[in-house]
Design a protein around this ligand. Structure first.
Ligand SMILES: Cc1cc2nc3c(=O)[nH]c(=O)nc-3n(C[C@H](O)[C@H](O)[C@H](O)COP(=O)(O)OP(=O)(O)OC[C@H]3O[C@@H](n4cnc5c(N)ncnc54)[C@H](O)[C@@H]3O)c2cc1C
Length: 426
């Protein structure tokens, strides 16, 4: 991975922060330009979320392709990249996903240096609890898969988990805690800083980030893409990458494609700031509940998807009740915390719970979607392999399994029963 030698000065040096703090913060410059769209680019990326911005960064830094526009219908960081619960990990068990997320975590580990930007990547560890003998066996299998992939995993029994996180309700009648699979290199990162860091780095290499620019049509002539129609006029390009996350089906429909994707809302919640009390990420699969504590002190948590399809990026009370019930089952002390905010984001749910990173049947049109509720941790990995695909027309080896045709042929479906996305499988 090449380093950002070209701009090695620190973005926020301590003395400057102090000076700006004392003088009204008037001296900061925008992190990226606000260019007018050109009439033509070598590559257009649809979607200025984490994946679109990372793709643009790696196109420029790894492949020298800088005549690139990222077209974003809203503002940078307004999509799922700024709405997630910030968990970063490489504890996937299925072959295909295991390699990919391992690749992505390695990129995370060098990301701040690569972007010269503090994304507050914190490897505070993640523990997946289990509640039965069968679940312990599954955790052991997953741990072995992680270790054989070169990642880290520690199978912990009840006593070890009690020592590490004593405040859980271990002896609850329904799902007593048997132990946990600990992944020390997992953790969190500040989600909007990830968007800003990739945006700034791409912009500095010449990529145009065009906000408030919705793609409304994809132009195709003789089976080849030649440009897009947007709310800011037509723009030509011979290569177009779709990275629209929850709106992937709508964007692909502009090219006449019907994707194996359903869009569902996923909600998150944050409490008032508390003193440090949770120093790792905890997941509780029986409730599909997970929690961590942000650097500002808020407890950040979430649970299952809303069960119906929707493009409304907002939450609702039944799911709030369900998630908070799970929180209280796992850690009764949470009743004392007050929830400050909740929000929702639109998830691009694939039918085997795994992403699609592939060429399409249309020459020059590339697809990146199907991230389900796990695409934040994928951000550097997704951008890296998608840039490789767009630049070379060949899949990157870390994403070799994520072909689109698996849904048509049935070959290579990653959840082996193809029963739908199952968080405990992928
Ligand atoms: C509540 C919640 C919690 C989550 N927690 C985690 C977690 O802890 N860990 C994890 O790994 N993942 C998590 N995720 C999932 C993760 O956030 C997503 O999978 C990932 O962010 C999706 O990729 P993205 O960042 O590119 O998406 P986005 O930021 O949504 O980017 C897509 C962009 O495309 C733009 N767009 C759409 N249509 C058009 C158009 N026609 N023209 C131009 N632009 C368009 C959108 O405006 C949007 O900005 C969570 C998601 C949510 C909502």
């Amino acid at each position: 991975m090449s380093r950002a030698w070209g701009y090695s000065t620190c973005v926020f040096p301590g003395l400057r922060v102090l000076k700006e703090g004392l003088t009204g913060n008037k001296g900061w410059k925008p992190h990226w330009r606000d260019p007018q769209p050109k009439s033509e680019y070598d590559v257009i990326i649809i979607g200025g979320g984490g994946h679109g911005l990372a793709t643009a960064h790696y196109l420029a830094s790894q492949h020298g392709i800088t005549n690139v526009a990222v077209l974003e219908k809203g503002y940078i960081g307004g999509g799922n990249v700024g709405r997630n619960t910030t968990i970063v990990r490489a504890n996937y068990g299925l072959p295909g996903n295991s390699e990919f997320y391992s690749h992505s975590l390695k990129l995370w580990e060098g990301l701040e240096e690569d972007l010269n930007y503090n994304v507050m990547h914190s490897q505070r560890g993640i523990i997946n609890l289990f509640n039965s003998d069968g679940a312990r066996d599954a955790a052991a299998r997953r741990g072995n898969q992680m270790i054989s992939q070169g990642d880290d995993a520690v199978l912990m029994d009840n006593a070890a988990v009690r020592k590490m996180i004593p405040y859980l309700n271990f002896d609850q009648t329904r799902f007593p805690i048997y132990g946990g699979l600990y992944h020390p290199r997992g953790g969190t990162a500040r989600h909007d800083a990830v968007a800003w860091g990739f945006a700034r780095a791409a912009d500095q290499r010449g990529v145009d980030l065009i906000q408030q620019c919705e793609v409304t049509g994809i132009d195709i002539v003789d089976g080849k893409v030649c440009g897009v129609q947007t709310t800011r006029g037509p723009i030509r390009a011979k290569k177009i990458g779709m990275a629209a996350a929850g709106r992937s089906s709508q964007v692909a429909a502009m090219a006449g494609m019907r994707l194996p994707i359903e869009s569902h809302v996923l909600q998150a919640f944050v409490t008032e700031g508390l003193k440090p009390c949770i120093d790792t990420v905890i997941t509780y699969p029986m409730g599909h509940f997970y929690i961590s504590q942000s650097d500002k002190g808020g407890l950040v948590f979430g649970g299952a998807l809303d069960y119906y399809s929707s493009y409304a990026a907002r939450g609702n009370l039944p799911m709030a009740e369900h998630v908070i019930e799970n929180a209280m089952t796992l850690m009764p002390m949470i009743t004392k915390a007050r929830v400050l905010r909740s929000w929702g984001g639109i998830m691009d749910m694939s039918f085997d719970g795994s992403p699609i990173i592939d060429k399409t049947h249309i020459d020059g049109l590339y697809l990146n979607c199907g991230w389900c509720y796990g695409g934040f941790k994928a951000t550097p990995g997704s951008g890296h392999v998608f840039a490789h695909l767009i630049a070379t027309d060949r899949p990157h080896k870390a994403a070799a399994a994520h072909r689109l045709d698996r849904f048509r042929t049935g070959r290579g479906i990653m959840d082996e029963e193809a029963t739908g996305s199952q968080h405990n499988l992928h």
